[in-house]
Structure formats: C-alpha cells, structure tokens
Design a protein around this ligand. Sequence first.
Ligand code: GLC
Length: 630
Amino acid sequence: MATLTAETDTDKQFIRDWAEARSGAFEASFATRFDEHFPELHRLFLLIYGTHPDGLEALAEVVTLAAESWKQRPADLRLLDAERVADPGWYRSERMLGGVCYVDRYAGSISAVADHIGYFRELGLTYLHLMPLFRCPEGNNDGGYAVSSYRETDPLLGTMDDLAELTPKLRAAGISPVVDFIFNHTSSEHEWARRCVAGDPAYKDFYLIFPDRTMPDAYDRTTREIFPDDHAGSFVQLPDGRWIWSTFYHFQWDLNYANPAVFRAMAGEMLFLANQGIEVLRMDAVAFIWKRLGTSCESLPEAHYLLQAFNRVLRLAAPALIFKSEAIVHPDEVIQYISPGECQISYNPLQMALTWEALATRDARLLSQAIERRHGLPDGTAWVNYVRGHDDIGWTFADEDAAELGINGFEHRRFLNNFYIGRHPGTFARGAAFQENPLTGDARIAGTTASLAGIEAGDAGGEDRVILAHAVAMSTGGMPLLYLGDEVAQLNDYYYRDRPAEAGDSRWVNRPFRPEVAYNARHDTRTTAGRVFTRLRHLLELRGETPEFGGNELTAFHTPHPSVLAYQRPGADHVVLVLANFGDHPVHIEALTLSGFAASAEDLISGGQADLSQGVSLPGHGFRWLRVAR
Ligand code: GLC
C-alpha cells in the first residue's frame, strides 16, 4: 500500500528492485528500454493513479509483467522488434495494404486462414485483421466483441496453438497479423465479471456496479446511447437488482480503469497477445474507457493517458507492436488519439463517411473540405483509409464544417440515412438502418460496398462507384484497408435475419460469408466480380509502385467543379495530382485551372501521357492519377 511520488528516481529504484525480486535480474536490453521509457510511464501513472493508495505497487507489478513477458518473448519476435525499432515508420509505406475478415466466414477456422495466403499475396496484402477470435458467449456475442477470455480462442475457430502456428506463416508471407484489443469491456461471462458480481474482494472494483438508479441516472444525463435497440442509457440491471455499466450490449460490461488492478490485468492480456505474434492491436472503442460524472464519458483526458501507458508498456516488452485507434467520434476527437506515443495508426472514419456522402450528393465539397483541413497528422503516424468496415457507417462529420457550406448537419444526416436505407426516391443504394433511435432521430446505416454503391440495385454507375471509392482510399495516404470480399463486389447478406443470434443486429447484412463464386470468377471480366477485381487489382499494383502515395503528405487542390475532388500527393521530385469526379456526368477541367502544373503528365492508370494544356476530362465517376514534375 503506497502511493506514487513525484520523485521519479526514487520510485524507479523501488520498482526495479521489486520487479527484479520477482522476475529475476533485468536482461540488458530490457534494462536499457526500462531506463528510456520508465520516466514517461511513471508520469502517466501519476496522472491516472497519482492519488490511488496502491499506485506504486500497481506500477511495480506492471513492470514485473513486462520484464517476465520479455523473458518469454520468442526469438523470432525479438528479431522483429529490432527490425521495427530500426524502421519505425514501416506502416507508412505505399506498399502497405490491409485486409479484414471474419475467421469463420472467410476461412472456416484459424488454421484454414493459411489456405488463403496465396490469394492474399496475389492481392498484395501486408496486414490482415482477423476479427475477434476469442472465447465469447454463445448466441449473440456482438461478433466476438464480448470476450470471455483473452487467452483462449473460440473453440469453434480453433485453438491458441493454431493461432501461434498461423502468425509466423503470415509473417513469412509479408503479412502483419492484427487482432482486436477489446479492452473497454469484457463479456459478462469473463471470469473477472463472474467474480466481481459474486463479491470476490480482488475483483470487486473491476466493473462499475451501483446499488440503485441514483448514480446511473446521474451519469445517463450526459452520456449518449450507443446501442439503444438493446437498452436505454449506459446501464443494465443485474438479476440481484444492482446496475452495471454497459455501453454496448447488455452482456458487455465496461471495465473500471479507475482501479489500477484493471490496468495491470489488461496489460497482462495485452502482453500475452503480443507474444502470440500479433503485430498490430486494433484498440477497440477507445473513446469510452474513462468515465467522469457530468461529462459525456467519451474521449476524456484519462482515456489518452491510459492508451499512452499501454503503449509504453509495449515499448518495454514488445517494441514491434503498434496500436490502431478505433475512435468513431467527432473529427476533433478522432485526431487526439493519433500520435507515435498513443495510437500510431487510426481509422479515418470521416473520410470514409464523406466518400459515401459525396457519392449520394454527387457533390464532393464536404469531402474536399475534410481532406484539406482534417487530413494532417503528427509525424510518424498514418491513417487507415477504408471504404467500409464490419460496422455501420455513421455520419460523424462536424456540423460546423457542414454549416460553412450551407449544409444543415441534422437535415443532411436524415437525407443520407434515407438515401442509403433505400428510402430516398431514385436512390441507387440498398442498405439497412442500424440503431434507428426514434427518440433522437439518430440512425446509422449498414451494407456492403457493392450494395451501397448501386451494384445490387443494378444501377449503371454501381461498378464505377466501387472503384472510385477505393481509388480515393488508396491515394489519400496512409494504409488502405479492404473489407475482404468487397474486391469481388460481394452483395448484402439478408439471411442474417434467419439466424437468431444475428437477427437483431443489422450490421450482419454487411458481413457476408466468403463469396466463393465471385472469387472463382475474379479473372473473368464478363462478370461484375471479374471487372471490379481486375480494376481494383490494377489500382493496387499501381499504388504500390507510386512512392508519392506513401506517407501522409497531401496538398489540397481546387477546381471550379463541385463534383470534383482534387488533391496533390507530393513526392521527391514529382507530384501526383488526383482528380475524381463524384458526379454522374462528365466534366472538363479547363487548362487554366491546371496551369500551375507542367503540361506533360504521366497518366498512371492508362500508362500513357496526358497534356494538361488541353485540360482534363473526367467521365461520370471517373478519376485520374497524374504524375507531374514539381
Ligand atoms: C467496436 C466494434 C463493434 C463493437 C463495439 C463494441 O465499435 O467495431 O463491432 O460492437 O466496438 O465492442
């Protein structure tokens, strides 16, 4: 029982002695990293747990865990650590390409993922996010986002040994294995949860439980409802009448990070995953991990300190690993999670949502504004640009940004929801509503890329829209992330409604099984799958050969056409100018608009030359990647 002090060196000596007494003498390389990273870890712990009576022991135990975990770290992963430390920006390369899939739906089992490595190489994947594969409750488990054990896999998918066998195979193929770190909550069946509810003193404060509605009502006054279809507010009632914090489904209980024992326990699970050969942890639901009465309980400063502290723990014990932030919140908040010391990479939900916004409106101004203003990132970090993920699409643009263009955010979201749910007259989209809340009018939408873009509806522009959306995600910088199956134009899966565990969650409409038939047709350009695949494959290949597309540097470019999105990707001695037309009709960009560039450009997609002194014509949904000398 001791608190941390402001005397970093005193605490450091105490902690080192404590850890070495338990885990043996520090290895030399660990000791070096301990010297380098301890002061920052200590500073963060002081900020989070400075007044906690167990703060000092908690940090000592975290360091002990790190030292033990390093001792157990396999030799091949230590080599990887050294490589990554020598090349810290590895994930910013133009050759990076991410894929995401469900193990069961895509491959059948963890071991069977290896059968697809040949295809992943054909596609050029360098990063593979396997959706949650841990033990979870039967029936609805939020697609595995309700974890009952971080050290056991879902037996239906295979075993931890299967995972340990798969990760080196992926790595040998140049593919970084990625899994979720679902650390905001556990399932109600996790051992910590069972013990907490049963009153075990060691787990009593692991979750947020209140005897009656007084505190839940007080918190609910300022928090937002995330899954209103499941329950109102942020709490659910236990069979004994008490109330427990559940931001998401009623069986996903939020952990209480105000208790340092929770941090220590989760750090242990994180280090365990690190030593299974995972290279990127997708930090799930980061915005929600710290609560304070009277606030939205989202994106509080402590949420950042916690992430930074977890990140430092990795620097000690598994330096190869990086974090990807999943913050689907206001763009001002999304950016706060991204820094080399917090999450090195992050989903770019704003660009994703506004790509769909531009496709619906045929007007790229809001997207252009976001790319001009909200694209910049700290050095050493990168966006993960995606056309859609496994979740719903929420319209997370800033109302104040929209207002500058004369757009009313509230009305515009209603329009977009109606458009993508298929309720708007003349819409090309076939999507489903997700968590439509009649009390607030709020809703999000779900659907596969092909179905949302018009292929399902048989719209003539459908295929071009799929390509256009991906072409933007591939050329704005950072890493593009494909939802596997979208590259062969998979359609919505309406059969989820017949599967009881999924029927209540419309996001399953956009999580279809691996589309075998479409994959078999991928080289046959008489089919939709073949045309979409062939075109995307070509773009992916070009991207990998275009150094200007690496990193995150981007300069805006303006044309007088509201339907045209334009930007420049500067390289060493050339610039790639991207012009993309979100309209249904052709546009001609006049020579005058392009007069700042040399006349002669390399047209990357056609492989020919373009003469900018003649202007550039773009068909409806057409785009160009033009390389010009700087
Ligand atoms: C993330 C996941 C989502 C899940 C939620 C709760 O947002 O992407 O699928 O429902 O976290 O874990």
